[in-house]
Design a protein around this ligand. Structure first.
Ligand code: FAD
Length: 497
């Protein structure tokens, strides 16, 4: 019997796990190298003082991309992982007392917008229709395949995209499109903030990104039972069952090359040969630290970084009935906030806060009569700022803003606290400059400027994860793994010749 070819996956983020499952399933013998003690990267969890927090993502869309991995391996995903629809999806709060709730029923969202703002219901429904069209025109062309292979342009879906290019809306910014669409700045701000989902600036990012509303609202937002972390546990269990080997506490220090091939990887204690290597580590760091002698593609390396985050994980000793799972407390001046983030690289005094409380959906995440809060603000990526000072300043600003809108004093109710800041994002998940989403999408060419899923210099080196094509976020990371496995399937047989 021919021996299986070997494949190393560097990193066990969601994309690394998905790539490992797909490639093992294709017949390769896959080993995952993870520098941390456990899998998941940014999708980690914090358990302390009776509270459980999802440290990273909380908004789950396209759960079918997770399910697909179980189906591929002949398993029923519900035996491993379950989820339920979230409704209302978001509770939006403004300082003047205005509240808007987004719902999985577009009619209901539109009615709520019309009842509470100066924007019409029809402008919301029309916006969602445009988002759906953008999804229809871009999904296959921009997300499901490599953008960097000529043959992928020779098909009907690309031609359809080209014929309808105007509707893809690349030539104006999200803000330009939304300001024209909605007769109320509050509603503009609600839809502009989708730019923060990939760490971008709605005043620069192309209006194509308004497609995110279609994912979150029309296709729906879901809650992963047991928390988002349970996706990682389920995928790790599946990977182990089908034979993937995991090495934890195994930081890869170098990818060794010979000519146009990556031949081995070096960890602290050994060098191991592999037929294929897939990097799920941040692409910038893969070049900088693992391939120091290989010239990195300049066009990619020089792209501006996405924003980062400060997150306050707070255990609260009381409950807040006015809150839901996802709550957004909007700034009074969104333009100023983004100018600070991407212009001066500083923090605005009145930040937009995304407050998630998973105990609203999963009571076990907090003791009785308590709530778990993850209060997230966008901040610039790490260029060596004094983060201790900025965290302490932000803590005051976040508490003041929440106090003002919730009309209470929350500080005495915080009985547990931990903080995530950009340097910790780097330590915990290996993100270059603490930029959570890799490069920003602040240009109409961003989709083309993300790093391809393959190396143009090393024929057996591939890239998956939020810093490679098609971009960050759980669904796109899962698609990056699919694209990598398709590219490998086209090029390599899983058995040694
Ligand atoms: C606070 C926060 C909120 C977010 N909110 C959302 C959200 O609501 N919805 C959403 O869809 N997305 C969200 N995201 C983005 C999402 O979490 C990421 O895009 C996604 O999880 C990235 O996955 P990845 O596969 O790129 O790997 P990562 O999670 O980046 O993991 C990479 C892994 O590689 C390992 N590694 C790196 N270098 C090495 C090495 N040299 N050797 C061995 N191992 C190495 C790291 O330790 C890590 O485990 C959020 C992210 C954060 C931080």
């Amino acid at each position: 019997m021919k021996q299986a070819k070997t494949c190393a996956v560097i990193g066990s983020g969601i994309a690394g796990l998905a790539a490992a499952i797909r490639l093992q399933r294709q017949g390769f013998a896959v080993t995952v190298f993870e520098k941390n003690a456990s899998a998941g990267g940014k999708m980690s969890e914090l358990n302390a003082a009776g509270f459980r927090f999802d440290k990273g993502p909380t908004v789950l869309t396209k759960p079918e991309y997770v399910e697909e991995l179980f189906t591929l391996c002949g398993k029923r995903s519900s035996d491993y992982w379950n989820y339920k629809a979230v409704d209302p999806i978001f509770h939006y709060f403004f300082e003047d007392g205005t509240k808007v709730r987004s719902s999985k029923d577009p009619q209901q969202l539109a009615a709520d917008v019309e009842a509470n703002t100066n924007a019409s219901a029809s402008s919301v429904l029309d916006f969602l229709k445009q988002s759906e069209t953008k999804h229809f025109l871009t999904d296959e062309v921009f997300l499901q395949r490599s953008l960097h292979k000529i043959k992928n342009y020779l098909n009907w879906s690309t031609l359809r995209g080209i014929l309808n290019f105007g509707k893809v809306d690349v030539f104006r910014s999200m803000d330009a499109a939304n300001s024209k669409q909605f007769a109320d700045q509050k509603v503009v701000d609600i839809f502009n903030r989708y730019a923060s989902y990939n760490g971008s600036n709605p005043y620069l990012a192309p209006a194509t990104l308004n497609v995110i509303a279609h994912y979150e609202i029309t296709l729906g937002t879901y809650f992963s039972e047991g928390g988002i972390r349970s996706i990682i546990s389920a995928l790790q269990a599946l990977a182990e069952e089908i034979g993937v080997t995991f090495r934890f506490h195994a930081s890869v220090n170098e990818i060794i090359t010979e000519g146009n091939r990556a031949t081995a990887i070096r960890t602290e204690d050994r060098k191991e040969n592999f037929d294929l290597i897939v990097s799920n580590a941040d692409v910038y760091n893969t070049y900088k630290h693992l391939l120091p002698t290989l010239a990195a593609p300049k066009r990619f390396i020089e792209q501006p970084r996405s924003s980062s985050v400060i997150v306050f994980y707070w255990g609260m000793d009381c409950t807040f009935p006015q809150l839901g799972l996802h709550n957004m407390f909007l700034t009074n001046d969104s333009q100023k906030e983004y100018e600070h983030l991407f212009g001066t690289g500083t923090l605005y005094e009145d930040p937009t806060i995304h407050l998630t409380s998973s105990s609203k959906m999963n009571a076990a995440d907090a003791p009785d009569g308590h709530e778990n809060w993850a209060a997230l603000i966008s901040v610039p990526h790490d260029t060596g700022q004094n983060w201790d000072e900025l965290v302490s300043q932000s803590r005051k600003r976040v508490i003041n803003k929440l106090n003002g809108i919730l009309k209470t004093d929350i500080e005495p109710h915080i009985v547990f606290e931990e903080v995530l800041d950009p340097p910790k994002v780097t330590t915990e998940s290996g993100a270059a400059f603490g930029a959570v989403f890799g490069n920003s999408s602040n240009s109409m060419f961003s989709a083309f400027l993300r790093h391809p899923n393959f190396s143009s210099k090393l024929e057996n080196l591939f890239f998956c994860g939020g810093t490679a094509h098609p971009g960050p976020g759980i669904p796109l990371c899962l698609l990056s793994a699919k694209i990598v496995s398709n590219l490998i399937e086209e090029k390599f047989t899983p058995a040694a010749e």
